[in-house]
Design a protein around this ligand. Structure first.
Ligand code: NOJ
Length: 502
């Protein structure tokens, strides 16, 4: 693969705890993932991105990292991680891991040192008084007091103390962490909370100093060659967002505008145009994301009256027509995969899993739930362990009781049940990802005028993609149909359907 493989790649997100359990403790792990690598190869993806796999007390699903150079024992060992990287490479798959530079864990060696010795606190934000009245992104105050009276800053849970990026030691540490994993063959990093690292007393988002960090990281990535840095950058302002993708900074960043966008032709068209307008001048490839481990699954989202995604759980439990949502999720997948740039698939998206909205509160683990006093359901509903096979839970996930319960109704959605069903979501993803490899990915698009409620464009390879978001069928443009997200209506594209033609 070329050095710029990431420009048009299809990247599959593995939420390790919920992917596959190899040792029967009810929690996904590296053994389970390694056993399922052939499934990922057959799906037709180019790379896997794993959420944090480091030793962690799991106060935030592993985004509270206790040791950046190790593997959480529940997931496996460092030797196993190295074997996994080799095996993935042998199957032609790249490996991207998460790095969490904004905050650590209260169980990290550095934080323990800081607690024990007030003279060693300058790797974090300690102060005699809270320096401001910031609220934590998970709810509650962003400052917590330690027994000797000082306070420390945590933008997320209290178990996630924020690093002080004004301290050069923090810079050196993360530069070394990047090298540690690059040396072990990792092909890239997804950078958690990438716009939040640098802070003043009065602001923490998108301060200019953060770009110095990424310029240095880019130099390191370039030394190794063919490696990629992907930012988790949620910013409303596209001009500010684009600054992270300048040629000497990050390679790509997640497109959260597309992910949050309602199922509406004008809004989608606006977001796609804005995305292209933001990326084209700086030569960075766009990314297309429909879901991840933080947001409501598309099948549920697109079946609601309000199809947008918003943080805060406002829409949780509102009625969803899952049949309609499923149909739209299929159409959205073909749309996302046809657009120029790279595309992300979050595990279970290819199975058409809905959000699990009725988890018992006492089983919810996301700190968002507890810290909002239950007002926000949190993100557990999109993190339920995958159904692989069989007629009842744990559906081949592993031997033990899964850490979150799977709905009985998932018997129809197992990978095994879908494998032999030509019309299944799994087979739609497999067909689309394979076709995409030859015909789509990096490049540009040309819009075709097919009316206000239709998104239609051609790609450089000659492929045409038509998505009908209107209520009535529209005539197919000329060409041979390669793939459709649903049955065609006598030569026409029905409502909520995408067709690929050549
Ligand atoms: C973004 C991650 O995707 C999310 O899961 C996590 O809770 C926060 N960053 C904090 O690390």
């Amino acid at each position: 693969m070329s050095q710029t493989w990431w420009r048009g790649a299809a990247i599959y997100q593995v939420y390790l705890r919920s992917f596959a359990d190899g040792n029967g403790d009810g929690i996904g792990d590296l053994a389970g993932l390694r056993a399922r690598l052939p499934y990922l190869r057959d799906l037709g993806i180019d790379a896997v991105w794993l959420n944090p796999w480091y030793p962690s007390p799991m106060a935030d699903g592993g985004y509270d990292v206790a040791d950046y150079r190790g593997i959480e024992p529940v997931f496996g060992t460092l030797a196993e991680a190295e074997r996994f990287i080799e095996e993935a490479h042998a199957l032609g798959l790249k490996v991207i891991i998460d790095v969490v530079p904004n905050h650590s864990s209260t169980e990290s060696a550095w934080f323990k040192e800081a607690l024990a010795d007030p003279a060693r606190r300058d790797r974090f934000w300690f102060s005699d008084e809270p320096l401001n009245d910031w609220q934590s992104i998970f709810g509650g105050p962003a400052w917590t007091q330690v027994p000797d009276g000082q306070w420390y800053l945590h933008l997320f849970a209290p178990e996630q103390p924020d690093f002080n990026w004004a301290n050069p030691e923090v810079h050196r540490e993360f530069e070394d962490v990047l090298r540690f994993w690059f040396e072990r063959g990792v092909d890239g990093f997804r950078i958690d909370s990438a716009a939040l690292l640098v802070k003043s007393d009065t602001a923490y988002e998108d301060l200019d100093g953060v770009h110095d960090v990424y310029r240095r990281w880019r130099e390191i990535a370039d030394e190794y060659g063919g490696r990629v840095l992907i930012g988790e950058v949620w910013l409303p302002d596209q001009e500010r967002f684009a600054r992270y993708l300048r040629p000497d900074e990050l390679h790509t960043a997640f497109n959260f505008d597309f992910l949050s966008c309602p199922w509406d032709p004008a809004e989608l068209r606006r977001v796609i145009d804005l995305t292209l307008a933001t990326h084209t001048p700086i030569g960075a490839p766009p990314t297309w994301v429909l879901s991840n481990h933080d947001v409501t699954r598309p099948v549920t989202r697109y079946g609601r009256a309000d199809t947008a995604f918003e943080h805060g759980g406002r829409l949780h439990g509102t009625p969803s027509d899952l049949e309609l949502g499923y149909r739209r999720a299929r159409a959205a997948a073909l749309l996302a995969m046809a657009l120029p740039g790279s595309v992300y698939v979050y595990q279970g998206e290819e199975l058409g899993l809905p959000e699990v909205e009725d988890l018992p509160d006492e089983l919810r683990q996301d700190p968002m739930h507890a810290r909002s006093g239950g007002a926000n359901p949190g993100r557990d509903g999109c993190r339920v362990p995958l159904p692989w096979s069989g007629e009842e839970p744990p559906f081949g996930f592993g031997g033990g009781t899964p850490w979150l319960p799977q709905p009985e109704s998932w018997r129809k959605l197992t990978a095994e049940a879908q494998r032999t069903d030509l019309g299944s979501m799994l087979n739609l993803y497999r067909s689309a990802l394979r076709l995409r490899r030859g015909l789509l990915g990096d490049g540009t698009l040309t819009w075709l005028p097919m009316g206000e409620r239709v998104l239609a464009f051609t790609r450089d390879s000659g492929l045409t993609c038509v998505t009908n978001l209107g209520p009535t069928p529209v005539p197919l443009p000329p060409g041979r149909v390669l793939l459709a997200s649903g049955p065609l209506d006598d030569g026409a594209v029905p409502s909520d359907t995408t067709v690929w033609l050549t």
